[in-house]
Design a protein around this ligand. Structure first.
Ligand code: UFG
Length: 344
């Protein structure tokens, strides 16, 4: 197949593009390189040869997108391009709505113009807001009540996809939203890594301490209502996350997942780890003491988020192959040691 991957120079999008190339598909990456990396594009080009194409531009630019669709005639879209920092979204809601919602609408219009009717959308557990996960985790049926503009924009686009799937337009759209929990690790072969500017995520920050680039990890709150007082998250290896995208793409528009239907699944492991547990795993992998300093709670952090991951297993047969946190940390640690300045 020919798959158009928006945001394919970013962390998750580049891993999706790489896996699609590994599976023998043609991949067209659309990315404006605002947060994505030229270095990721170079790796993809080296892996994909002529089956890989890169179009630099914005998903908010309808003319650019229409040209790419007309030229490349993709069979389906994987949509990752977005602004994705919770804190920044509170500061700059207009930019978040423009990129994540207006950009999404522009993409859907270009898809309609080119008669491309399948899309897998990168959504987030942030659409649930601050739910009570109970003992079984957050299920897809949990009310979606985001508490920041980032989560709002992702939910907004999910709702648009749902409406577009139900519309009477022919042929109808087939759309899947995958609601990610915390994504960690990188390509085990070291062809791609994780490099956010600025870096705000726990695992890369801890590994930067182990590399000597930072002195310590700030513990954002040690008085949360959890067993050890730190927040609990569900960490899924990026390679497993991408496997879920391939399963979703394969199912889209077929059988019970026929066109005209919007579907949403959580992607997580169903298991929570506290911040202290994550740091202990980083210490085991790196052999570095990774000092910490207690710091105030970070605004907007829900205390406990972990997935009820049963639906995607039942419906698509998805089961994480790398559920151990150490595996993801070790994969990223190898890449960071080889690329201490990231994609620089
Ligand atoms: N943390 C620290 N110190 C740090 C960085 C993080 O204690 O220096 C803590 C956070 O407070 C949180 C946990 O580590 O409790 C994980 O934080 P991350 O920033 O790595 O990840 P988040 O859980 O905040 O973010 C993830 C996704 C977002 C998504 C969000 C939904 O990365 O895209 O979940 O709440 F929006």
């Amino acid at each position: 197949m020919r798959i158009l991957v928006t945001g394919g120079a970013g962390f998750i999008g580049s891993h999706a593009a790489l896996r699609l190339l590994d599976e023998g598909h043609d991949v067209i990456v659309v990315d404006n390189l605002f947060r994505g990396h030229q270095g990721a594009i170079q790796s993809l080009a080296a892996c994909g040869g002529p089956r890989f194409r890169f179009a630099q531009g914005s998903i908010c630019d309808g003319e650019f997108l229409s040209d790419v669709f007309a030229r490349e005639r993709p069979d389906a879209v994987m949509h990752f391009a977005a602004l994705a920092y919770v804190g920044e979204s509170v500061e700059r809601p207009v930019d978040y709505y423009r990129t994540n919602v207006v950009g999404g609408i522009t993409l859907l219009r270009a898809m309609r113009g080119a008669n491309v009717r399948r899309i897998v959308f990168s959504s987030t557990c942030a659409t649930y807001g601050e739910p009570n996960p109970g003992t079984t985790g957050i299920a897809e049926s949990t009310a979606q009540a985001p508490v920041n503009p980032y989560g709002e924009t992702k939910l907004c686009f999910e709702r648009l996809l749902r409406a577009a799937c139900r519309s009477t337009e022919a042929p109808p759209l087939a759309a899947v939203a995958l609601r990610y929990f915390n994504v960690v690790g990188c390509d085990a072969k070291g062809r791609l890594g994780e490099d956010h500017r600025p870096e705000t995520h726990l695992v890369p920050i801890a590994l930067e301490v182990a590399l000597g680039k930072r002195s310590h990890v700030a513990l954002f709150g040690t008085d949360w209502p959890t067993a050890d007082g730190t927040c609990v998250r569900d960490y899924v290896h990026v390679e497993d996350l991408i496997e879920a995208h391939l399963l979703a793409l394969g199912a889209l528009g077929t059988g019970e997942f026929r066109s005209g239907k919007f579907l949403a699944w959580n992607v997580g492991t169903g298991r929570g780890h506290s911040v202290r547990e994550v740091l202990d795993a980083c210490r085991r992998v790196t052999g570095h003491p990774i000092p910490t300093k207690e710091a105030p709670r970070r605004a907007g952090d829900p205390p406990v988020l972990f997935a009820d991951a049963r639906a995607i297993e039942r419906d698509l047969g998805f089961h994480p192959k790398k559920p151990a946190l150490e595996t993801a940390i070790a994969d990223l640690w190898r890449w960071m040691q080889a690329h201490p300045r990231g994609y620089a």
